[in-house]
Design a protein around this ligand. Structure first.
Ligand code: GTP
Ligand code: MG
Length: 440
């Protein structure tokens, strides 16, 4: 296998050189990227999915360290590439080609929507070096922003990364199940990568019966979308991470991540080379198809008269102007949606305080009088009361958080679909208007 692999790899490198010579004027950057990929044998294992499914948490679980920031709100906004390094370190690469070494603890400042809103810092990506066995032999684990959130630019970044996927880990969760945004994303993903692992995360949040139903439903939806059977790995990335961090092997086993890790490791040992070559061949085929199309367009353009060309340019400029206006309008509408969501959350928090606080205080009074009667030692009493308060607040907040996550996810899905269909409608109107004006 290895000599065959080397032979094909060298052959592909030769094809890249030949293509560069044939087409000296254009496409140089794309061919250089393929050539570098072949030389460095870079293999991109990309983690993708809808916002908040637990992509960053799963990567942390695989690495056994809290490297990437995670949160309850849509968070990752910039691609983070994790590659092998004997020592842990990180580097920010900016869109203007500048680079900067940063502390691992400063990663959130650059890759999160909260600290770098709308990528105001102009970050291209962040590269993290880390000594994990997964990252040996050119494997790069890549965290991408989630699709389908109210931050449309995060969805754009995830879509734009698809051509770089050699193998993917696609994350879904039982609750809510596969939604419209994910369904659309999956259809696109299908066109780009040969190998995908499907992970059903957050299994710790559902009971056994719900989990079994969810596995069957997700499996069915994925099979229908991808038109082939899939292997679905039920895991709890949260338990896997805490299991590894606390050396709790029982928790780690319960997380289900070990089966996934076993299959992932097998794949990286046995099938990575074949998938890598497939991926390079696909990139080259896409490059050839694009260049052929560009040639055809050039030939067509050469046949047009100057008047026809001028008229096409005018129509295009008109279309571009309307599109920019439409983008600004959408931005304005989305800001309104965000404010509404925030307002809803504030109202729910106020209601929680108003309804649950008096009940909690009543319970505390009752437990306090029971416990003082049984155990007057102030130190132990304080500890017991602290534990009681902690558990009560945790129960209230877990229920609140679950409820709010569902509410926000449903609201975001609705906003996304509204905007999507609005966009389709506007494009149709523009096309109709364009057809009319060209006939004038
Ligand atoms: N209960 C539970 N919570 C989880 C699990 N995995 C992730 N979470 C939580 O889900 C939330 C989102 O996790 P992230 O890892 O930030 O999700 P993400 O997919 O990277 O989100 P974006 O970057 O916004 O797309 C965080 O609050 C995590 O703690 C899990 O297995 N179980
Ligand atoms: Mg994330």
């Amino acid at each position: 296998m290895s000599s065959q692999y080397a032979l094909i790899k060298d052959g592909l490198q030769e094809i890249v050189q030949n293509l560069s010579q044939i087409n000296e004027d254009s496409g140089g950057e794309r061919l250089n990227e393929v050539s570098d990929k072949l030389t460095l044998e870079q293999f991109n294992l990309v983690v993708m999915g809808q916002f908040k499914r637990g992509k960053s948490t799963l990567i942390n679980a695989l690495l056994g360290a809290e490297i990437l920031p995670t949160a309850i709100v849509p968070l990752t906004s910039i691609v983070t590439i994790i590659r092998y390094g004997k020592e842990s370190k990180a580097e920010v690469r900016y869109l203007n080609d500048n680079k900067e070494d940063i502390q691992l603890s400063d990663i959130p400042k650059f890759v999160t929507e909260k600290e770098n809103p709308k990528n105001k810092l102009g970050v291209k990506d962040v590269e993290v070096f880390y000594p994990s066995d997964y990252l040996k032999n050119g494997v790069r684990i890549i965290d991408t922003p989630g699709v389908g959130s109210v931050f449309k630019h995060n969805t754009d970044v995830a879509y734009a990364y698809l051509p770089y996927v050699d193998a993917g880990i696609f994350i879904v969760t039982p609750d809510p199940p596969l939604g419209e945004a994910e369904h659309r994303f999956l259809k696109e993903v299908r066109e780009h990568a040969n190998k995908f692992f499907f992970v059903l995360n957050k299994t710790d949040l559902v009971d056994e019966k719900d989990l079994a139903e969810s596995i069957a439903l997700t499996d069915d939806l994925l099979r229908k979308t991808l038109e082939k059977p899939v292997n679905l790995y039920p895991v709890s990335a949260k338990f896997a991470l805490t299991g590894k961090l606390q050396g709790d092997s029982e928790k780690l086993t319960r997380s289900g991540v070990l089966t996934f890790e076993r299959d992932l490791t097998d794949f990286l040992h046995c099938e990575k080379g074949k998938t890598f070559l497939h991926s390079v061949i696909s990139s080259l085929l896409k490059y050839i198809a694009d260049e052929t199309m560009a040639c055809k367009l050039e030939q067509e353009a050469a046949r047009l008269t100057v008047e026809e060309l001028k008229s096409n340019i005018t129509s295009f400029e008109k279309y571009a102007k309307t599109t920019i206006k439409d983008r600004d309008r959408q931005g304005f509408i989305l800001d309104g949606h965000i404010n509404k969501l925030q307002q809803g959350l504030d109202e729910d928090l106020a209601a929680l305080k108003k309804e649950d606080l008096p009940v909690l205080l009543g319970k505390l009074d009752k437990v306090f009088s029971q416990k003082t009667a049984l155990n007057p030692s102030s130190h132990e009493l304080e500890k017991e009361m602290e534990n009681y308060v902690f558990e009560e607040i945790k129960t209230i907040f877990i229920a609140f958080r679950k409820n709010e996550t569902e509410k926000i996810a449903a609201a975001l899905e609705e906003i996304y679909l509204d905007e999507y269909w609005d966009g389709c409608f506007n494009i149709t109107l523009l096309r109709i208007a364009g057809d009319g004006s060209s006939g004038e």
